[in-house]
Design a protein around this ligand. Structure first.
Ligand code: MG
Length: 411
């Protein structure tokens, strides 16, 4: 069938939680027999709202359109709600956008990375997360990753009186009912502890391992600036999200104060949030959540803009990106010259079974398979055996972290 005779026949969201994390995947069907695509629309904290945006609004808007007109469909979908640039609608659009790239690749018989310009590298270097209650536990976790061949490890340690940093599933004091549970996050002790963690890991493991850290935008800008300066002597590969999106005006000052490489962006929705940071060279790595910014189409433009300003990519990639989203990350990582690093997630067996064709992790590198499109599928019958649940402790973590005096903190 000619490309011009092809049209979209169905758009639907699929919810599944094979690893206990709610994932939203979009399937777009066409009138070409067997030609369909998958995309990631995972906004795990508000999954059902994204499903409504896809099934109730995007589907009727898109059925009948030509799936090969990817850019036009993106632009039309973007303004179809009039109000735009929010996480729900961006994720919904991303699900469709990635699915259309997948469809184009399958139709052309080419993997998506070739549609994006072809491979700039053989495989995608990644980093993993080492966490622990003590410095020794973190060190042990780093050693485990080094033994598996990783070269880059993010290190986070529990702050006395608070949970293990970066572990939202910890859920706070288990003896307290979930809807009353809060966690305390003391700024000062955290900012004093992290340089000691870096000193410990450098002393134990030497200079060669690349260490990363995520401030997770939890501390006031001036304290984040001081923490970056304190970490400088330990040569971190990057420090992530030192400032909240609301505080991006502080990047100028942060940049003047330290040479620590800065990675930023997993909460960004709107191009106005990152373009100045890139064009004024205030950050070193852009690390948005691909579905949060609207999918592959806007992300490839973002990567191209960053290339001209010496900013590298480090797309968000923990467990709340679906395997389809990880595949999209990897295809883009392979094709952009200014790739920096990829945050990786080790898929559990249920994820591997539900999503045949997951990118493969070997020696710390993600490898895409060379199947046409994104190279990944979903076994819907199996995925249905892992239904999403509402109100797990995961949800109760965000919005329940407070300063010792009871003030709500930005996560
Ligand atoms: Mg992060």
């Amino acid at each position: 069938m000619a490309a011009s005779d092809t049209h979209i026949t169905d758009v639907r969201a699929i919810l599944t939680a094979p690893a206990g994390i709610r994932l939203v995947v979009v399937r777009v069907d066409t009138n070409q027999p067997g030609l369909y695509g998958l995309g990631c629309a995972t906004f795990t904290q508000r999954a059902r709202v994204v499903v409504t945006a896809i099934d109730e609004y995007l589907k009727p808007f898109l059925v009948g359109k030509n799936p090969f007109e990817i850019e036009d469909i993106w632009q039309a979908s973007f303004v179809s709600s009039y109000w735009r640039n929010g996480p729900v609608l961006n994720n919904a659009i991303s699900g469709v956008d990635m699915a259309l790239w997948d469809i184009l690749g399958k139709h052309a018989g080419l993997p998506v990375y070739r549609l994006l310009g072809g491979k700039c590298r053989d495989a995608v270097d990644t980093y993993r997360h080492a966490t622990g209650e003590t410095f020794e536990e973190v060190e042990e976790s780093v050693r485990g990753y080094l033994e598996q061949g990783y070269r880059h490890v993010r290190i986070q340690v529990a702050v006395p009186g608070a949970s293990t940093y970066g572990s939202p599933t910890s859920g706070g004091d288990q003896s307290v009912p979930p809807n009353r549970r809060t966690e305390t996050w003391p700024h000062g002790p955290y900012a004093r502890l992290v340089p000691r963690l870096f000193a410990h890991v450098r002393d134990s493991l030497g200079d060669e391992v690349e260490l990363l850290h995520d401030i997770h935008e939890r501390i006031p800008p001036v304290l984040a600036t001081r923490l970056c300066r304190d970490l400088e002597q330990f040569r971190p590969f990057f420090v992530e999200d030192p400032l909240a999106p609301e505080d991006v005006g502080h990047f100028d000052n942060l940049r003047r104060q330290t040479t620590v490489p800065i990675a930023m962006g997993e909460l960004f929705n709107n191009p106005n949030e990152w373009t100045r940071l890139v064009s004024e060279r205030l950050i070193d790595f852009i690390r948005v959540h691909l579905s949060q910014v609207g999918g592959l189409s806007p992300a490839r433009k973002m990567a191209a803009m960053c290339e001209f300003f010496g900013v590298r990519t480090a797309w968000h990639g923990p467990g709340d990106v679906s395997p389809v989203g990880h595949a999209a990350n990897v295809h883009l990582d392979l094709a952009v010259p200014n790739f920096g690093i990829q945050e990786a997630h080790g898929f559990c067996q249920a994820e591997l079974d539900c999503f045949p064709g997951c990118p493969e992790l070997r020696d710390g590198y993600f490898h895409a398979n060379d199947s046409p499109g994104l190279g990944i599928d979903i076994d819907e019958e199996l995925a249905a055996k892992f239904p999403v649940t509402d109100d797990p402790p995961f949800d109760l973590f965000w919005g329940n972290i407070r300063n010792p005096d009871g003030t709500i903190q930005k996560p």
